[in-house]
Design a protein around this ligand. Structure first.
Ligand code: UDP
Ligand code: MG
Length: 317
């Protein structure tokens, strides 16, 4: 495998994570070439095949025969989009890199504008979605809720409605490559890097072909990953919940103490007892659960397993 060098002459690397994208890859590549060729810059297009089970590999290899600017990396299995992007950052040789989805939801027509922003000094060009076409209502609503929540509790400011479609300068890429954590919530890592950030707004299109690879439960997993990686608020919440319930238990106890003195009655209060026991039991389990979530993440980090395994890599010629 060739190690990426900072002295490389390549101006732009396009990084494309691809998982079962046979339906859309040929159109995608054609569009990318149509946009980049007229710009007269040196470039490479890196396809990271994230363990696809369809004809994605055959299609990329055929494209690579025609187009020497293509680099191709194949994972040993499906490691997820965050891992595929991580590999793309490690492998790319460009002075700048654009992360783009294979399904044409991120319009390649915006690439020239992104390059302009980079030449004007931006290290990360954030592409903000003003409109999300072809996405169900629940996805828009839950995405909004997520950005709102993480904006409130995260240690770094994660911009709203900016996905992975962004441009990165070489120094931003080098910074991201230094972040060695296993739990890779890329949107958080991008924000953590800082440097000069610019924002361009665009309307997000519907998928050109094929299906989304992000079912609801996978998105929830990613959201939770983001929250636990960039905030300790849930852990602190346990303290506050504990204080609140202890406080209310104390108030309640005082009330009963006074009541039993004023009007003694032993049998009454049994339902209250059950309610309090259940409430506290639930609360404790909930807090232990949150501790467990962080513990599980520490466990994943200390194991120090690589984020992905590359089975084959064919660099651009
Ligand atoms: N993807 C990937 N690995 C996965 C899931 C998705 O590399 O496990 C890629 C996929 O091929 C696409 C991009 O990530 O290029 C975005 O996926 P998708 O369009 O399914 O996500 P959505 O746009 O629905 O959020
Ligand atoms: Mg998509």
């Amino acid at each position: 495998m060739t190690a990426p060098t900072t002295e490389s002459k390549i101006e732009l690397s396009i990084i494309v994570p691809a998982y079962n994208e046979e339906a859309v890859l040929p159109i995608f590549h054609q569009q990318i070439i149509d946009i980049i060729k007229p710009l007269n810059i040196s470039y490479e297009v890196i396809y990271v095949n994230d363990g696809s089970r369809d004809n994605t590999e055959a299609i990329i290899l055929a494209l690579q025969n025609e187009c020497p600017e293509i680099a191709y990396a194949k994972f040993s299995r499906n490691f997820g989009k965050e891992a595929a992007m991580t590999a793309g950052f490690k492998l790319c040789r460009g002075e700048s890199a654009i992360m783009i989805d294979a399904d044409l939801q991120d319009p390649p027509t915006l690439i020239p504008a992104m390059l302009d922003a980079w030449r004007n000094g931006a290290d990360i060009v954030n592409m903000k979605r003003s409109e999300r076409h072809g996405e169900p209502m629940w996805k828009k609503v839950t995405a909004n809720m997520f950005y709102h929540l993480i904006g409130k509790i995260s240690e770094v400011e994660i911009p709203h409605n900016v996905g992975d479609f962004r441009l990165f300068s070489r120094r931003a890429i080098n910074a991201i490559n230094q972040l060695s954590e296993r739990g890779r919530f890329m949107k958080g890592l991008y924000a953590w890097v800082g440097y000069q950030q610019a924002t361009i707004e665009y309307e997000r299109d519907a998928r050109a072909a094929g299906d989304t690879k992000w079912p609801f439960f996978k998105l929830v997993g990613l959201a939770w990953q983001g929250i636990t990686a960039f905030s300790t608020a849930p852990l602190q919440m346990a303290t506050w919940l504990g204080l609140a319930s202890a406080g209310s238990a104390f108030t309640y106890a005082s009330y009963f103490l006074i009541k039993s003195i004023v009007k003694p009655d032993i049998v009454q209060g049994f339902p209250t007892l059950i309610v309090v026991i259940l409430f506290l039991g639930g609360l404790q389990l909930f807090c232990i659960g949150i501790l467990g979530e962080y513990l599980a993440r520490i466990y994943t980090e200390v194991k120090q397993r690589p984020v992905y395994l590359i089975e084959t890599f064919y660099p651009a010629k």
